[in-house]
Write a protein that binds this ligand. Sequence first.
Ligand code: FAD
Length: 411
Amino acid sequence: MVDRYDVVIAGAGPAGAQCARDLATRDYDVVVLETEPEADFPRQSNKSTAGTFPSMMSSFGIPDDVVMSYTDDVVLESPNSYYESYQPGAVLEFADFKRFLVEDGRENGADYWFDARVSRPILDDDGVIEGVRYNGDEAVYADVVVDATGPAAPIASALGVVDLERKNQAIGIEYEMEGVEMNHPEYADLRRAMMLRLDHDIAPGGYSWIFATGEDTAKVGICYIQNDRHREFADEGQTVDGYLEDWIERDPRFADAERIDGKVHRGSAHIQMPGEMHTDRFLAIGDTVPTIDPLWGEGIHKGMKSARAAAATIDRCLTDSERRVDADSLAVYKRLWHRDVAPRMRARLTLTRLLYLAPNERYDRFMRDLRRTDDNALEKANQGDKTAMAKLLHLDDIPLLAKFAREQFGS
Ligand SMILES: Cc1cc2nc3c(=O)[nH]c(=O)nc-3n(C[C@H](O)[C@H](O)[C@H](O)COP(=O)(O)OP(=O)(O)OC[C@H]3O[C@@H](n4cnc5c(N)ncnc54)[C@H](O)[C@@H]3O)c2cc1C
């Protein structure tokens, strides 16, 4: 008997599992193939700090049980300054969150096959995808295939839909720690905060973070892209683990802190402009596109929004009496993506490159500027608003902008 579904989804991350939830709720036959075994799921894919906001929780019906702690503020730190902005949020237990999405999808009728590593597309005589191979020669067929495997992207790459470039790969690692001094006199009060620190001495060309998970417990991590910016500030031979250890060694907030056993999370994502994200009978979602927000790495909400756009598109196409799932019919997804999932992506990528290009001194001034501008300035700049971005620039940023232009346009 041939295994056949309306939709096959590769990868049970936030994007794949959410897409399955939406499709199962609409009564489609959907199966998710996940490479990890179910018994200890998620293991390697338990990679995320999982800081998120109420907009995500309420849009996708996420229960409180997967929350480790609620936060009130987002704090930006520079080497000698900081800026606090009131923005309630939640730090999730990522593993519980992933398991909730699977369970909820199953309750609505989605099938899950664990220990099923997807390797390549099965093509028909016209070269159009009609299914996927997994675990060697096993096969499953569907009207539409969705690649939600994050940066692995085996199907999207084989179809030539996405090209995730190594030079754009951001790598990150984090420890869960206890005994952290969350309200140290020299720093902002982080007891109910998600803090992101811009400091090339700690994270060359990237940023580091402390996200509160309790009174004296936190997720502590670092990430950067291994590009020219990183190399300019980096120490020869230092690894991302080494940078994190080094920060923990030097920062007084960690003087009495210890790592919690077995609580290390690591992973990567691509920070680049998405190109194509679909073709005949195929959609890419989440970090496979990539959908992650380039500036602060918010990938969960974005990935789930892309999942919902994909599910709505598939629903539309399969409702059509002829079940048209050619590239033209599925193009609705790309329009929804650019309109609702990640609008103004190019402007946000520009802001990202500019931010990580700036030297440490500029970061201190950036904090001062944020304090004196209205609360919405950062929010608007974050949304890719060019006027708001311009407000945060100064005359003496011209050399920085020139350097940026040289890098961008190679002149
Ligand atoms: C260190 C770190 C910290 C982060 N912190 C945050 C944060 O605080 N807030 C936030 O919003 N985002 C954060 N992110 C980003 C966020 O975790 C990702 O954007 C998000 O997980 C992407 O979801 P996804 O479903 O697209 O892909 P993934 O989460 O990568 O899920 C892909 C799934 O596919 C499976 N898979 C892979 N290959 C195959 C295959 N061949 N066959 C079958 N299955 C396969 C994997 O096991 C996994 O379960 C962080 C990321 C990292 C690395």
